[in-house]
Design a binder for this molecule. Structure first.
Ligand code: PHE
Length: 485
């Protein structure tokens, strides 16, 4: 499956956009510089850089750097001047000449004095001469600001060594030789650079972000396609005047089979077709009266006019507990409970069959099922109803075919043409409930009944050719299923 290109589009926070805007003007800035340019707090810069990093839009470069800063003597020099400058100033105030002992006692400390004298002599700013056994210092010339003085004046806050000019570098190395003036500290500088990706999302012109870039696809939570379809099916039946009924997944064999006139030796009842709950029984699945009536209907037709199945009905088999094999168990229980003269009800639910799982069979699946009860209903009515239902689902080519179920007479099967597979697909079973089913329950009017698998319809809707796919939770597919096909 092709990966959607727009998936790489990255949503950006306002702060991130601001920072990208700054980096586009000047790449490779540190946090403080970015903060200053974007006018946001360094803390916020830091946070937004983290986001940008995880999105792969910027890279962090850690550079080992030397920072230079003033030590005590350096700080005092920046306030009062270097010792040599103070020496020269003093000499000038004294008319160009002073005794050495006076200098070292009044103006400078003895360390400062020897340094100041040494430097000033080699620079030829002074001369030291002996007069009457006393050493006198004579001023010969005063320099304008020296490189050392200039450097010190720029060091009110620490500077990166790398930013020093050549001249400053020389001043730095001479100052570094003098103890207590200057300190070099190793520091790690972090610089933020746009990554390739970062560069590419900034457009060439204009000052902003590429506003024409497609937005990211947001996968919000949504219902499973099967659930969406189930809701749609319910909607259709409700709109056709039906009411929903529900019943338990676990049933007695009585309601799943016997009440539906399914003979006790019917293959569907075999263990390989039906899931029985081990060691469970339901003591009285129905009233003793109903059990007796159903017994006689199975054996000889009872009062229904039928001849029944002609076997000895075994009451014990009715108490066995099964996972319902069809929703018809819900339908027939509804008829027994309500004995309606008229009704339109439907149910949608899970059913279980002990079958081999294949591309078209599951052991657990869903059925839709319904009945119409009324004095004047005919087989044509269900055909019309189901045609309508399929039409609402967009299935236009429908045909009906004779079929067989133990509980309906006549019985039909509906088929729908699958355009994609170019073949007819069986969908619902239907028919009119036999008197053997309705009479014992006390239902007098004809009951039109129909029911069938839901997954088959879902497969037609989404063009699937394997029913197992519906339960695979393939996220790619789940996300791509259109909400309005
Ligand atoms: N119960 C049948 C099945 O599971 C369908 C059906 C329902 C047939 C109602 C007739 C009447 O296939």
């Amino acid at each position: 499956m092709e990966i959607d290109k727009t998936e790489s589009r990255i949503p950006l926070h306002k702060l991130e956009k601001q920072i990208l805007g700054v980096l586009r003007e000047k790449d490779g800035l540190n946090f403080a510089d970015i903060g200053a340019k974007a006018q946001i707090k360094v803390d916020q810069v830091r946070r937004a850089i983290e986001w940008l990093k995880t999105k792969g839009l910027v890279d962090e470069q850690r550079i080992n750097e030397s920072i230079i800063e003033l030590l005590e003597a350096g700080k005092s020099a920046s306030r009062n001047g270097l010792p040599e400058r103070r020496l020269l100033n003093f000499l000038r105030e004294r008319g160009g000449k002073a005794e050495l002992t006076e200098i070292s006692s009044k103006v400078l400390s003895s360390d400062e004095t020897s340094a100041a004298i040494g430097i000033s002599r080699t620079s030829k700013w002074i001369e030291v001469r002996k007069e009457n056994g006393h050493a006198f210092v004579h001023l010969k010339g005063e320099p304008l600001a020296t490189p050392e003085e200039e450097l010190i004046s720029t060091l009110s806050s620490p500077r990166r060594l790398a930013t020093l000019t050549n001249k400053e570098r020389m001043a730095y190395s001479s100052l570094a030789k003098r103890p207590g003036f200057i300190l070099e500290v190793a520091s790690k500088e972090v610089k933020i650079k746009l990554s390739k990706e970062g560069q590419s999302i900034l457009i060439e012109e204009g000052s902003g972000i590429n506003v024409t870039a497609p937005p990211p696809i947001i996968y919000s939570g949504r219902k499973h396609p099967l659930q969406i379809f189930m809701d749609e099916v319910k909607e259709i039946f409700v709109s056709l005047g039906f009411e929903e009924i529900v019943g338990p997944l676990v049933q007695s064999a009585f309601w799943n089979f016997d009440a539906l006139f399914t003979p006790q030796d019917h293959p569907a009842r075999e263990i390989q077709d039906t899931f029985y709950l081990r060691d469970s029984t339901i003591a009285s699945p129905a009233s003793p009266d109903l059990l007796d009536t159903v017994a006689s209907v199975h054996q000889n037709g009872g009062a229904t006019g039928s001849r029944g199945w002609g076997y000895k009905w075994n009451k014990d088999l009715t108490s066995r507990v099964v996972m319902r094999t069809h929703t018809t168990a819900v339908t027939v229980k509804y008829l027994a409970d309500k004995t309606p003269e008229e009704a339109r009800v439907f149910s949608v639910g899970r059913v279980f069959r002990n079958e081999k799982v294949t591309f078209k069979n599951l052991v657990e699946f869903h059925q839709i099922e319904g009945i119409t009860v009324g004095s004047r209903v005919t087989l044509r009515d269900i055909m019309g109803l189901l045609s309508k239902f399929y039409e609402r689902l967009g299935l236009k080519r429908v045909k009906f075919w004779p079929s067989f179920f133990p509980y309906t007479e006549p019985s039909l099967q509906s088929m729908v043409y699958n355009e994609k597979l170019s073949k007819w697909v069986e969908l619902c079973g239907m028919g009119i409930f036999r008197p053997e089913v309705t009479r014992p329950l006390g239902v007098k009017n004809p009951v039109l009944a129909w029911g069938g698998g839901l997954e088959r319809l879902v497969m037609l809707r989404y063009g699937l050719d394997d029913v197992r796919y519906l339960y695979e939770n393939d996220l790619e597919w789940l996300r791509s299923v259109p909400l309005c096909p």
